[in-house]
Design a protein around this ligand. Structure first.
Ligand code: AMP
Ligand code: MG
Length: 400
């Protein structure tokens, strides 16, 4: 029985849950998701400081500029002020240095002229109170929740964590995803191919896809179409990883032992999904570990990864939105097809038009073996069952 994409995906998501909440060093936290909210204990910036190199002054003293002020010292970034700015006085100050007591404004260095003996400075313009001062707490207030639980940590988030002094971050553990290729025809490495052989491309693609989304890809190698070797590989993979992705051996072929073995050792569901490419999908668990049995054709395995493995792994990583919603675009050329009961996922290249819409056209041949069109694509266009989408008509795009 052929089932809709939504049903297959719901089944996958029902078996994938977030990993344990752990605390990891900030430099290991990129792309993980916070498992608890994070609050600042103090203000950021921690003290009033200058945004400019210049002179800390009392605004009232320069109201009638040009004026000459007595220079009573210098404060570098990182130094503690040891003076008080009184009437008619100024302190040379560098960007990021704390404001000295008494001063209420900064005049940037370009508007000043310091005497050679550094005892006085001419100020050419008046400045308002607060000029070029970054007040304490201007970025983050004490007690403020900087990130809610469920925040996807990108590089700027890691900077915020350390700026509030948090170097160990509560996150969902980074899942380890094993990747296995199956097939007697597959060869790894730059060796010449014998008759009937091809290079294993899926594994290298899938390893990169897993790593790029912030999970840890574990290369579990190439397994021939041999029942015992497949059984050993699958059992070890399920025991050593948080999820396993295989490609090949899940369709109707005589030597598709992946299906036989997983049925024996796991709790698997063999699905035919109403999509093209990537109709066959094996998904289930072996000793509780989710197993994604993706089809072998290179484009199919990537499309299946996008539609099933990515959402499943996102859920394991704690993302609140496992399925990234498609964006709306228009067809830049006719995308013809015939009715077959399936949603087609066409490899397309989308560009942004002057009025800010995505306009997509086929990026190359649409065969499930034509991986070069996938490489040229930056999106999958969802073409609903029917006669296709004509140039200028709306089309949903899954951005890659
Ligand atoms: P299968 O799903 O095992 O029947 O394989 C379907 C097609 O995908 C066949 O043409 C295989 O040779 C090809 N294929 C399977 N695994 C890989 C792989 N790892 N890399 C490249 N092609 C593959
Ligand atoms: Mg095969």
């Amino acid at each position: 029985m052929v089932i809709p994409l939504s049903e297959a995906r719901e089944f996958v998501l029902s078996k994938c849950g977030p990993g344990p909440a752990v605390s990891v060093p900030v430099d290991d936290a990129a792309d993980l998701v916070t498992a608890a909210e994070l609050a600042a204990t103090g203000p950021i910036p921690p003290f009033d400081n200058t945004a400019m190199d210049g002179f800390a002054v009392r605004s009232a003293d320069v109201a009638n500029a040009p004026v000459t002020l007595e220079m009573i010292g210098t404060i570098a970034a990182g130094a503690a002020p040891d003076m008080n700015v009184g009437e008619g006085q100024a302190v040379r100050i560098m960007t990021g240095a704390p404001m000295p007591p008494g001063a209420d404004a900064v005049v940037m260095v370009e508007l000043t002229n310091m005497a050679d003996d550094e005892t006085s400075v001419d100020v050419s313009q008046s400045v308002p109170v607060g000029n070029h001062i970054r007040p304490a707490g201007d970025d983050v207030q004490p007690g403020q929740i900087v990130f809610e639980a469920g925040t996807h940590l990108r590089p700027a988030h890691l900077g915020v964590c350390t700026s509030i002094g948090v170097y160990d971050i509560p996150v969902y553990a980074r899942p380890r995803i094993g990747v296995i290729s199956t097939g007697d025809e597959l060869v790894d490495g730059p060796r010449p191919l014998g008759i009937g052989q091809i290079h294993d491309s899926n594994r290298h693609t899938l390893l990169a896809l897993v790593n790029a989304m912030g999970a840890t890809a574990v290369d579990l190698g190439l397994v021939p179409d041999d029942e015992d070797q497949i059984r050993t590989a699958m059992t070890q993979a399920a025991a050593s990883c948080d999820a396993v992705i295989t490609s090949g051996g899940v369709s109707m072929g005589d030597f598709d032992y992946v299906k036989k073995v997983l049925t024996e050792i796991g709790d698997m569901r063999w699905m035919q999904v109403a999509i093209k490419p990537a109709k066959p999908l094996a998904f289930g668990t072996v000793n509780g570990t989710p197993i994604f049995g993706l089809p072998g054709n290179p484009v199919s395995s990537m499309v299946s990864f996008e539609l099933f493995a990515r959402p499943g792994i996102r859920k394991m990583m704690g993302h609140s939105e496992p399925v990234i919603p498609p964006v709306s675009g228009i067809a830049g050329a006719d995308m013809g097809r015939g009715p077959d009961g399936k949603t087609h996922f066409a490899r397309v290249h989308a560009t942004m038009t002057a009025d800010g819409r995505y306009e997509a056209s086929f990026s190359g041949g649409q065969g499930s073996h034509q991986l070069s069109a996938m490489a040229a694509a930056n999106a999958l266009a969802m073409i609903p069952n029917g006669e296709g989408v004509a140039k200028g008509e709306p089309v949903e795009l899954i951005l890659l």
